[in-house]
Design a protein around this ligand. Sequence first.
Ligand code: FE2
Length: 331
Amino acid sequence: MRYPITPIYCLPSLLQGLSTRLIESHYENNYGGALRRLNAISEKLESLDFAKTPPYVVNGLKRDELTALNSTLLHELYFASLGGAAANTARGNFCDAKPPAGFADVFARDFQSADRWHDEFVAMANGLAGGSGWVLLVYVPRDGRLINQYASDHSQAVAGGIPILALDMYEHAYHIDFGSNAKAYIDAFMRNVDWKAVQGRYEDAAKVEPPRPLVQPEFGAVEGVGPDEVKAMIDAGRPLQIIDARPRHFVSRQQDIMEGAQWRDPDRVQDWSAELSKSEPVVVFCAYGFHVGCKTAIALKDAGFDAKYMKGGHSAWKAIGGATKMVGAGS
Ligand SMILES: [Fe+2]
């Protein structure tokens, strides 16, 4: 495919403390260069017979494609991040070059405060002074929150993340105006951030759904708790009856068991459920949190127990670093 060019978005002459010469050079030579490389690589890839092309050639081209594509995308976001007070005033929009009041709540949610976000973002940028890379503000749909991240060599990205603000810390972004004074460039960039545009991108990004969770429709009525919640209950000293209901062949194959759990045969719930107290909650789990744990939880609930299954089962418990002991070691 041929990647189209994106207009510069901001009017360079309206930026404060960043010269038109700098912005034009950056857009035409560096953004334009990345786009031209991307299209040349794309054309080359489309011409290849992959079955007859040495793997190292494909490897190199695909890596170069990733670098050029991300450089193109991040430069487009960089220019779209600029506009600042003067540009917004010219458009007749409110702007004080700071996050709008409603948007500041989002920064408070994810960074404790807008000021603290600003300090981290700027500290990260200063950390790249004399080096190179990007500082990005990224929305992560999985967690429904913003984070600041570095992107070195154009190609580091949070999987599934949506960048909404980009600060270019490659020297070509500032040396014409600032020489090696990266700090002055960072200050100028921050004064020119078009917060109205950033907020618009955030609002779009926040509509993206997180990855679809594991759904087990047949057990939809069974209440589950995550291993983190179980650990928090244990750490808080809450009374909890923990049942490892992995099928017998799992337990004989894997020699460890969750600390504090009792193994009970899921095929014989009726035989051992009378040992449990109905006045304390029960958490039951199997190997991965699928059928066996859910079915056992249902059987216990039907018998009148306050029972839930642990999502992700024994493996999820181990994956969060939960304590285990060897089977047969101690009580
Ligand atoms: Fe750049």
